[in-house]
Design a protein around this ligand. Structure first.
Ligand code: PMP
Length: 329
């Protein structure tokens, strides 16, 4: 590969030159929103790579980027079509990279008031494999139910944006707790109006459980959490594909522990089975429980296979959700 490039405010420059300053607003005040997007090689009918690749849900990610930016009153002078072309161009130039990170952030400016601080847009790419790979339990992830609680909308009205504050304040610390518990991922909680606790999501992914053939996931708007594009895609397609039915519903800890199957889902995470849950019981004792037989369950496997086929271009009905990357210019 030649020089790795980034796109910054319309200029294609070497990634190594795309540094930002100590005095950028984002550095001190977390004024950024971003996306994580995957690039997949296309597979032929026999499962071999065709040599072509495409970007999964690119338009949907760019629409959410604008929406997240708007939540923080950030606007930028590029259309979604311009950004789409920029993403495709940078991805083609950085041949072999599998993950794309567009970021909208506030640049040079001291002081909290963001109103006159310039909004900047940058796109970088990187080679990235499996997101959940540490502390696996058989063929799935182990997770830890942390004591981190995501705040309701009345306390944190930007909870549904994909903004740095979400990760800085909650996800990162939860992830450290999961590391300390020697688990792959952290689960975060929420408190309902009656003071009841429910499990909401992971540090960077949505949470689903399966009861018989029904997938259950917390309602993102109700809980003020990020409604993932992967989750939305699965919910929109699985009934049509006759893979499972689904419903939004709350997930208290007892329900999670009693589930037939549990999985995590997101762009980076794809569909990752959860096979072991660590948690504190009411007396504060650390406990752990296998889900199912400690192995990925049938519905989770079907959904993982379905998503894999779709993103690799093997499902013709969903090819319109893949943006082709041309050969390196
Ligand atoms: N929830 C959180 C907290 C996330 O960080 C992510 C990753 N963007 C998701 C859910 C999944 O979203 P998506 O499927 O759009 O990647």
């Amino acid at each position: 590969m030649g020089t790795i490039v980034a796109w910054v405010d319309e200029l294609v420059i070497p990634l190594s030159s795309a540094a930002h300053s100590i005095f950028d607003h984002v550095t001190s005040y977390a004024t950024s929103v971003f996306e994580g997007i995957r690039v997949y090689p296309e597979w032929a009918a026999d499962g071999r790579p065709t040599g072509r690749s495409s970007i999964w849900l690119l338009s949907e990610h760019l629409a959410r980027l604008r929406q997240s930016a708007g939540t923080y009153r950030m606007t930028y002078p590029f259309s979604d079509q311009q950004l789409l072309e920029a993403v495709v161009d940078v991805t083609a130039r950085n041949d072999g990279h599998t993950y794309i990170r567009p970021v909208v952030f506030r640049g040079d400016g001291l002081g909290v008031d963001p109103s006159s601080v310039p909004v900047r847009v940058a796109i970088g790419t990187v080679a990235w494999g499996k997101y959940v790979s540490k502390h696996l339990h058989h063929d799935g992830a182990s997770v830890f139910v942390t004591g981190m609680f995501r705040p309701p909308a009345r306390f944190f009205p930007v909870g549904q944006a994909k903004g740095a504050p979400n990760y800085g304040a909650w996800s990162q610390l939860a992830k450290l707790m999961a590391n300390a518990a020697a688990t792959s991922e952290a689960l975060l909680q929420g408190e309902d109006d009656g003071g009841g606790h429910c499990i909401l999501d992971g540090s960077g992914m949505n949470l689903c459980l399966v009861e018989k053939r029904t997938l259950v996931t917390p309602e993102p708007t109700k809980w003020n959490i990020l409604g993932g594009l992967t989750l939305r895609f699965l919910l929109e397609s699985i009934e049509r594909e006759n893979l499972a039915s689904w419903q939004y519903d709350d997930i208290p800890l007892d329900r999670l522990l009693a589930a037939d199957e549990v999985f995590l889902t997101g762009t980076a995470t794809e569909v990752t089975p959860v096979t072991l849950i660590k948690y504190h019981d009411r007396a504060g004792q650390m406990r752990q429980q296998e889900i199912g037989e400690g192995c990925a369950g049938p519905v989770t496997k079907r959904l993982a296979h379905f998503l894999e086929q779709v993103v690799h271009g093997r499902h013709f009905g969903y090819r319109h959700l893949l943006t082709p990357v041309p050969a390196r210019p």
